[in-house]
Design a protein around this ligand. Sequence first.
Ligand code: C2E
Ligand code: CA
Ligand code: CA
Ligand code: CA
Length: 275
Amino acid sequence: AKEDGRGTYRFFETGMDARAQARRLLELDLRAALQRGEFEVYYQPIRDVAKDVVVAFEALVRWNHSLRGMISPVNFIPLAEETGLIVPLGDWVLRQACMDAAGWSQDVGVAVNLSPVQFKNLNLVASVKDALSASGLPAHRLELEITESVLLQNTEATLSVLHELRGFGVKISLDDFGTGYSSLSYLRSFPFDKIKIDRSFVSELATREDSMAIVRAVTGLGKSLGIVTTAEGVETDAQFDLLRQEGCTQAQGYLFSRPRPAADVENMLIQPRQR
Ligand code: C2E
Ligand code: CA
Ligand code: CA
Ligand code: CA
C-alpha cells in the first residue's frame, strides 16, 4: 500500500485487507465444498455438423453452494488454480465424467477440461488411467481439452505427458483456439485430435468479415491437417449455417443446448436439433 498524498493510505490498505480476507474465506469454502460434495458436473452436447447427431458431451463443473446457490466456474477455477485445489477438484471431475459417460446408452465421447496446474502434478497420467479403469470407459471415448497455456510451461515434460496419454488412446483437443499468441506453432508441436474454435470468433461469424475469414482458415487448416474442428458458442441458425458451409466438423452452443445436469443427458441424446 502507498501513500498517495491525499490521505487515502488507510482506505487503500483496508481495501486490500478486505479483498485478501474474502479470498481466504473463498479458499476455505472451496476446500470444505470438496469434502461436502458440493460440486456437480454439467454436460453440454457437441454435435457432428454433417450427420446432425450428438457425438460427445463437454463436462463443465458447477459449484452448488449451500448458501450462495449455483456458482459458475469462472468465479472459482482461478482461485482453485492459485491454491492448488484444482488438482483434487480436477481429479474429481475427471472420475465423475468417466463414470457418468460409462453409463450412457450411446458410445459418445466425453470431453474434460484440464488446467495447466494439473500438468505440474506428477500423477496426471496415473489419474487418467485410474479414472478409466475405475469407470470401465474405453480410452477412445475420453477427450482432454487443454489450452495453449499448457504448452507454454515446462514444454518437454508436458509434451511427454500428452504423448503418453494419446499413446493409450485418449484424444487431445486444443481449446479456445485463436485467443493465444502463437496458436499456429502449437499445431506443429503436438498432433492434436481436435481444434476448438473460440466462441469470440463464432459469435461474430455472421456480422464480421474478419471473423468469417478466420473461421474459414481454421476449418481449412483442420481439413488439410486431418484434425477435427469444433466451433464453440454457436447461438444462431445463421452461425450454424455458415459453419456447415465452411465444413466445420462439430458444433456446440446454446443453439442446441445449455450445459445441463447429468440426469438430462439421455434426453439430450434423443432430442433432434430444434429449428
Ligand atoms: P470453456 O472450456 O471454453 O467452456 C465453454 C464455456 O462456454 C462454458 O462456460 C459453456 O457453458 C459456455 N458456452 C457454451 N455454449 C455457449 C454459447 O452458445 N454462448 C455462450 N455465451 N456461452 C456458451 P462455463 O461452463 O461457465 O465454463 C467456463 C470455463 O470454466 C470453461 O471454458 C473452462 O475454461 C472452465 N471450466 C469449466 N469446467 C472446468 C473443469 O472441470 N476444469 C477446468 N480446469 N476448467 C473448467
Ligand atoms: Ca473447454
Ligand atoms: Ca473453450
Ligand atoms: Ca473459453
